[in-house]
Write a protein that binds this ligand. Structure first.
Ligand SMILES: C[S@@+](CC[C@H](N)C(=O)[O-])C[C@H]1O[C@@H](n2cnc3c(N)ncnc32)[C@H](O)[C@@H]1O
Length: 287
């Protein structure tokens, strides 16, 4: 387990993931009934963008820094951007200097929960688990587990609330991570057919994503929405060209709310060369 998310915190992949994650949680809040969120690969919860690891790659400068001050952000991004302001003393002055704290998925989801909702966090790396557990010590709405995230799907689903979301955000160190992810989606859906599932993945070459999508369709899951978000042409398989998200049972009105958000994010995150985002139903709706 060499992957440390601190090197990538606030990069374009995090921005796209966290924008969509916040929108899903906000959509779940349209009903009063409690919901449950399971984050199977949680990381450490919050990141220091001024720290050695984040500074070494500078990924956040091509990610969150590009969007936080961009003109005309869609209203759907307000919960995510508001949290960044709160965590950074109101972001006064230039974001370049003021932006230091960045919320990982645990901090972001926690900030959006209502008193009746619960969050379970799973992190396998011992050091990262200890940091995460300290971050949420004494928080009665959050449970932190040192466990394999894929095992957690079996242990914790379905939750008693019967409403909610699973975020699956693995490090993609293993060469068979796409296959494991496909099996995990199928398994989680079998255990909890009405749960919302959100799986993030990197994009190198287009063909890899086509294979992954075909495998997800072959699972027979009924409602699947897929986002493909390249920031540069997807032709060089040796580099990270973008990211994608597969969503099972996306809550209303996410599919309608996403296009203006994706348009805004892409306008501000894209790099040289031609790239276009896509949002398609792989199964269900108009697939
Ligand atoms: C991409 S990072 C997670 C980032 C986090 N979800 C966020 O958005 O802030 C992946 C995390 O999974 C952890 N990890 C790796 N293998 C795991 C496993 N089998 N089960 C649970 N966590 C794992 C890594 O230590 C790393 O912290």
């Amino acid at each position: 387990m060499n992957y440390r998310h601190a090197y990538h915190a606030g990069g374009f992949g995090d921005v796209v993931k966290h924008a969509v994650l916040a929108m899903i949680v906000e959509a779940l809040k349209r009903k009063d009934k409690p919901f449950y969120v399971l984050d199977t690969h949680a990381g450490i919860g919050r990141y220091d963008l001024g720290g050695e690891q984040a500074e070494k790659t500078g990924e956040w400068r091509h990610g969150i820094l590009k969007v936080i001050e961009a003109p005309e952000p869609p209203a759907a991004l307000a919960p995510y951007f508001d949290l960044l302001r709160v965590m950074n003393g109101g972001l006064k002055g230039s974001a370049q200097d003021a932006l230091r704290a960045y919320p990982g998925s645990p901090r972001l989801v926690r900030a959006l929960l209502r008193p009746q909702d619960r969050l379970a966090l799973v992190e396998l790396h011992p050091g990262d688990h200890a940091t995460l557990a300290a971050e949420f010590r004494r928080d009665v709405q959050v449970q932190v587990h040192a466990l394999d995230g894929y095992v957690a799907l079996k242990s914790f689903l379905p939750p008693p609330e019967r409403r909610g979301l699973v975020l699956i955000d693995p490090p993609f160190e293993a060469t068979d991570e796409f296959e494991r992810l496909t099996r995990a989606l199928a398994q989680a859906h079998r255990r909890w057919a009405t749960g919302v599932l959100m799986a993030w993945h990197p994009i190198k070459h287009k063909s890899e994503i086509e294979r992954f999508h075909a495998a997800v369709v072959a699972t027979g899951i009924g409602r699947v929405l897929a986002l493909v978000f390249p920031v540069q042409p997807m032709d060089d398989a040796e580099r990270l060209n973008g990211c994608g998200i597969v969503m099972v049972n996306p809550p209303w009105p996410l599919a309608d709310e996403l296009p203006p958000v994706l348009h805004f994010l892409h306008r501000n995150l894209r790099r040289a060369g031609k790239s276009t985002w896509r949002l398609d139903w792989l199964a269900g709706e108009d697939a």
